[in-house]
Ligand binder design. Structure first.
Ligand code: ASP
Length: 463
C-alpha cells in the first residue's frame, strides 16, 4: 500500500490507508486512545480501539508518546456532525487504527511543538529550529512563503521576464551598508565581497540586452542588527529596459493586488490604485517616508499599500556629514533637476520610489543612469577621486559606452512582505533558519573560530 498524506484522507471515507507521521497530541479516554498524527500537510485525528488492533499494535499504542514517529494502517471514517472540526482541513474525518508501528522514538523535546511556539524563548526555538519548524504555524509560514515565491515567479515569467542568477562572490556595490568580506585563498591579500544586492549585475544584464530580468536573491549586509534586520535576507529583484517609473509601478502594483486576491482572500487592500505620495509630502504630513495608512491598526486584515516617490538624490551622512546617495549612486536624477545637480545637490530629486505597506518599506527602486558622463558626474559629486571611480566602477562606466538601453527596476524585501501577509511581527518567523538579533546562528553555532590551518590557507593572521 502506498503511503498517503493526511489531507488526502478527506476523499477516502471507507478506504483503508497507510499514513506516516509524528504524534502531535494524545488523549486517553479509558481504553480508547485518541491521538493526532502530523505530517507535512497537516494533522489528522486517529482513534485507537484495543479490539480493532492486533497484540503488537496494542503494545505500541500503549507506548507511543508525543513526537514519536509512527506508521499507521487504518480505515478512514466520516466524523459525526457534532465531531466535525471546521478549523482543521481534515476535520471531517478520522482514522480507525488497524495497525501501528513505531518507526522511530524520540526523547522528550525541549519545548512543545503542538501549539504556538512563540510562547517559548526565542533562543531555545532557534537552537532547535528543526523542532520549532515542526509546529503548524511555522510550517505554514514556510509553505506560504513558497507560494508567494511561486506566484511572483509565474507572474513575472508570464510578463516576459527571465530569472537569472548573479554571483555571490563579487566586488562591493554601494548600497550604503557595510559589506561581508571573503578572503581569497588563491590571491593573497585580495577579497571577494558578498553582494548587498545584485544592483550592478542586473544593470549589466540590461546592457546585455536581456531586457527583463528577475531573481529571488539573497543579499548580505553587515550592519549592526536592529529590530527586524538580518545579515542575510531575500529580495525579489527586478530590472527592465525601455521603461519608465509609471510602467514599473503599475506592474508591481498589479502583481501585489493579484497576489493578495489569489492567496490572501481574507485581507482587504485599503486603496486601489495605491496612493502615491511624494517624499516631501510624506515627510511633511507623516514625519517619515514609510507612513502607515491603515485606518484601524488593530484590524489584521487591513493592507495599506502606498508608493512614496520623488526621493532626493543625495543626503548628508549622519556620521561624516558627507554627501551620500539616498538610494544608490546609479539612480537617475529627474530631468528638471539636472541643472542643480552640482550647484545644489541636496535639492535634486531622483526618479526613485519606495513601496510601503502598513508602515514598512517593502520595496524600492529607481530609473537608472545609462549615460557614462552623467554616471561619472554623480560619482564626482559623491566625492570620489578619479582613481577611486576607475578602480571601483571602471567596469560599469565602460559598459555604458556600449549602447546601453535606458532602464530601471526595483527590489522587494521578500521577508518583510511575507511577514506582513502572514500577520507575523518579526521576519525571523518567516525565515527557516534566521540569525538572532545579534547575528548568531544558535543552531549551527556560527560565527565560530577556525583551526589555524584554515586561517593559514585563507592567508589570514588574527589581530
Ligand atoms: N538594489 C536596490 C536595493 O537593494 C533596489 C533597486 O534599486 O532595484 O534596495
Amino acid at each position: 500500500m502506498n503511503r498517503i498524506f493526511s489531507t488526502e484522507t478527506v476523499n477516502k471515507v471507507g478506504e483503508e490507508v497507510l499514513l506516516k507521521g509524528w504524534i502531535n497530541a494524545r488523549r486517553d479516554m479509558g481504553k480508547i486512545a485518541f491521538f493526532d498524527l502530523r505530517d507535512k500537510d497537516g494533522i489528522l485525528q486517529v482513534v485507537g480501539v484495543p479490539s480493532e488492533l492486533d497484540e503488537k499494535s496494542n503494545e505500541e499504542l500503549k507506548k507511543i508518546r508525543l513526537e514519536d514517529l509512527i506508521e499507521l494502517r487504518g480505515v478512514v471514517q466520516a466524523r459525526g456532525a457534532k465531531q466535525i472540526n471546521p478549523d482543521m482541513p481534515t476535520g471531517t474525518v478520522e482514522i480507525l487504527a488497524k495497525e501501528i508501528k513505531v518507526i522511530n522514538e524520540t526523547v522528550a523535546l525541549p519545548f512543545e511543538v503542538s501549539g504556538d511556539t512563540r510562547e517559548f524563548s526565542e533562543p531555545l526555538r532557534m537552537k532547535y529550529r528543526y523542532l520549532d519548524l515542526r509546529s503548524e504555524r511555522m510550517k505554514k509560514n514556510l509553505v506560504n512563503r513558497h507560494k508567494i515565491n511561486l506566484f511572483l515567479r509565474n507572474y513575472f515569467s508570464g510578463k516576459g521576464f527571465t530569472e537569472i542568477e548573479t554571483p555571490y562572490l563579487t566586488k562591493g556595490t554601494p548600497e550604503g551598508a557595510r559589506e561581508f568580506l571573503v578572503p581569497s585563498r588563491l590571491f593573497k591579500g585580495e577579497f571577494y565581497v558578498l553582494p548587498q544586492s545584485p544592483q550592478q549585475f542586473k544593470q549589466l544584464l540590461m546592457v546585455a540586452g536581456l531586457e527583463r530580468y528577475f531573481q529571488i536573491v539573497r543579499c548580505f549586509r553587515d550592519e549592526d542588527q536592529r529590530g527586524d534586520r538580518q545579515p542575510e535576507f531575500t529580495q525579489f529583484d527586478l530590472e527592465m529596459s525601455f521603461t519608465d517609473q509609471e510602467e514599473v509601478l503599475n506592474l508591481m502594483e498589479e502583481a501585489m493586488i493579484k497576489l493578495v486576491e489569489e492567496q490572501y482572500g481574507e485581507k482587504n487592500i485599503m486603496q486601489k490604485p495605491f496612493p502615491r505620495l511624494t517624499y516631501k509630502e510624506a515627510m511633511e504630513k507623516y514625519g517619515n517616508d514609510k507612513p502607515d495608512l491603515r485606518k484601524d491598526k488593530n484590524d489584521k486584515n487591513e493592507l495599506a499599500f502606498a508608493w512614496v516617490i520623488d526621493f532626493p538624490m543625495f543626503e548628508k551622512s549622519e556620521e561624516e556629514q558627507k554627501l551620500v546617495a539616498v538610494h544608490h549612486p546609479f539612480t537617475r536624477p529627474q530631468d528638471e533637476d539636472l541643472e542643480i545637480l552640482e550647484k545644489d545637490p541636496l535639492k535634486a530629486r531622483a526618479i526613485a520610489y519606495d513601496l510601503v505597506l502598513n508602515g514598512f518599506e517593502i520595496g524600492g527602486g529607481s530609473m537608472r543612469i545609462h549615460e557614462r558622463d552623467l554616471q561619472n558626474k554623480i560619482f564626482e559629486i559623491l566625492g570620489l577621486s578619479k582613481e577611486e571611480i576607475e578602480s571601483r566602477f571602471g567596469h560599469i562606466l565602460e559598459a555604458f559606452t556600449f549602447s546601453p538601453p535606458p532602464h530601471g527596476g526595483l527590489a522587494l524585501g521578500l521577508d518583510r512582505l511575507v511577514m506582513l501577509l502572514q500577520g507575523e511581527e518579526n521576519i525571523r518567523e518567516v525565515m527557516a533558519f534566521p540569525k538572532t538579533s545579534d547575528a548568531r546562528d544558535l543552531m549551527m553555532g556560527a560565527p565560530s573560530t577556525l583551526p589555524s590551518k584554515s586561517l593559514d590557507e585563507a592567508n589570514i593572521k588574527l589581530k
